[in-house]
Design a binder for this molecule. Structure first.
Ligand SMILES: *Cc1c(COP(=O)(O)O)cnc(C)c1O
Length: 406
């Protein structure tokens, strides 16, 4: 079998249809390419979907995390707790504002931040912790009632990295089903709309919040720190004419921001895609159930990550934990074996505390939960356009590779 001729089933893929293409083409024919009516419409739809008062669209999930740090005024001298089992961007955003990262461990089976890990990270932060960024790995929500309680006790801001969890639902304590992004137990939630995530807008991100002041700060930092609201202008001589009318060209900058704007092109795609979220979710859930069933005979060597009882996953990824010793092969061998059979897989993620930059900055840290999760995890193909047969093919190939090795 020639690997080059086998079409590879990727681990994730966007799902774009003619409606999406028409929505984007309409923008291209119109008056606004960048900040125009589609940004506002997308933000309104996203806020409604997430159940939050405000949504701010921006150029990426990474930009969203940075904006959230800026909006909360985090900076030098502050420590922010970040689970090590996440994408680089979660920790890097902390460094962008000059704050330091205290890496937290995660549950070895779910990859999620838990109470003992959070407590240990607080100790490591040595009383300087100002915020925590729970990451909803794979689409499952961290226990946010727990996080909120610890945050209250220690005066921490809570910024959810919900990049995996658009469409996820959680119920903690007295909650009924609450969408992730409603910020019931947090200051802000950050989403990514990168093509591999559930809803694609090319490159893009969204921050949701229920706080007016954070909303205004997010918007200001997204656009160079520019302020045009007449009541906030400081320099009256420059800002107003003799009759006290605001000058139409005038703006002010109190603090420098960035160009993290999202364009109308991207937001038209995001808006169109958001309308399909329920369909995407339903299909992903269906595929996940098929995987569960098909994988059962491969237990205990291969098993899906355990489901949290109090949340409904957004199914960004379908991850299995593999006992590679029992399987008789290592992960690299399994991945290339699957690749030859036309199946793409991926590893999410290398624990960030192992990155040379962070190791040099903070020294060796022992986070056995993250290491144990990392040693076993493998993301199998999951995206709405997959056929039921694809699931069978993936599981059969996985079974055959392991049996061959043993
Ligand atoms: C994708 C992702 C990000 C970054 O989002 P981008 O849109 O790619 O910048 C941050 N955190 C997590 C957990 C992610 O999966």
């Amino acid at each position: 079998m020639n690997a080059a001729t086998v079409p590879v089933l990727p681990y994730g893929r966007q799902c774009i249809d003619d409606e999406d293409i028409t929505a984007v083409a309409e923008v291209l024919r119109g008056d606004w390419l960048t900040t125009g009516p589609k940004v506002a419409a997308f933000e309104e739809a996203f806020a409604a979907r997430a159940g939050a008062r405000f949504a701010v669209a921006c150029s990426s999930g990474t930009a969203g995390l940075h904006l959230a740090m800026l909006a909360r005024g985090l900076g030098e001298g502050d420590v922010v707790i970040v689970p090590s089992m996440t994408f680089l961007a979660t920790a890097n955003a902390v460094r962008y504002v000059g704050a330091e990262v205290a890496f937290a461990d995660v549950d070895a089976d779910t990859g999620l931040l838990d109470e003992p890990s959070l407590a240990a990270a607080l100790t490591r932060a040595g009383g300087k912790a100002k915020a925590v960024v729970p990451v909803h790995m794979n689409g499952q929500s961290v226990d946010m009632a727990m996080v909120a309680e610890v945050a209250r006790d220690h005066g921490l801001a809570v910024i959810e990295d919900a990049c995996h969890a658009i469409g996820a639902v959680a119920r903690f304590g007295d909650d009924r089903d609450v969408p992730v992004g409603a910020c019931r137990h947090s200051d802000m939630a950050v989403f990514s709309l990168h093509p591999v995530k559930l809803v694609a807008m090319g490159e893009g991100g969204v921050v949701t919040t229920n706080h007016q002041d954070l909303y205004e700060r997010l918007k200001r930092f997204r656009n160079h720190g520019m302020e045009r609201d007449p009541v906030r202008l400081e320099n009256k001589a420059l800002g107003f004419d003799d009759r006290g009318t605001v000058n139409p060209w005038y703006y002010e900058m109190g603090e420098p921001g960035f160009n993290y704007r999202a364009s109308d092109i991207n937001c038209a795609l995001g808006l169109s895609q958001l309308g399909k979220l329920d369909r995407f979710l339903a299909r992903r859930r269906e595929l996940a159930a098929l995987y569960d069933k098909a994988l059962a005979p491969l237990a205990p060597v291969v098993r899906p990550i355990p489901r949290m009882v109090d949340s409904e996953s957004g199914w960004h990824l379908y991850v299995v934990l593999i006992d590679f010793k029992a399987a008789g092969m290592d992960r690299a061998a399994l991945m290339s074996d699957l690749r030859e059979r036309g199946i793409g897989t991926q590893v999410h993620y290398i624990p960030v505390h192992h990155q040379p930059y962070y190791k040099q900055r903070y020294g060796e840290i022992l986070l056995p939960g993250a290491d144990k999760y990392y040693a076993r995890c493998l993301s199998l193909p999951l995206f709405p356009a997959m056929a039921d047969d694809d699931v069978d093919r993936v599981v059969e190939s996985l079974g055959r590779a392991i049996k061959g090795a043993r």
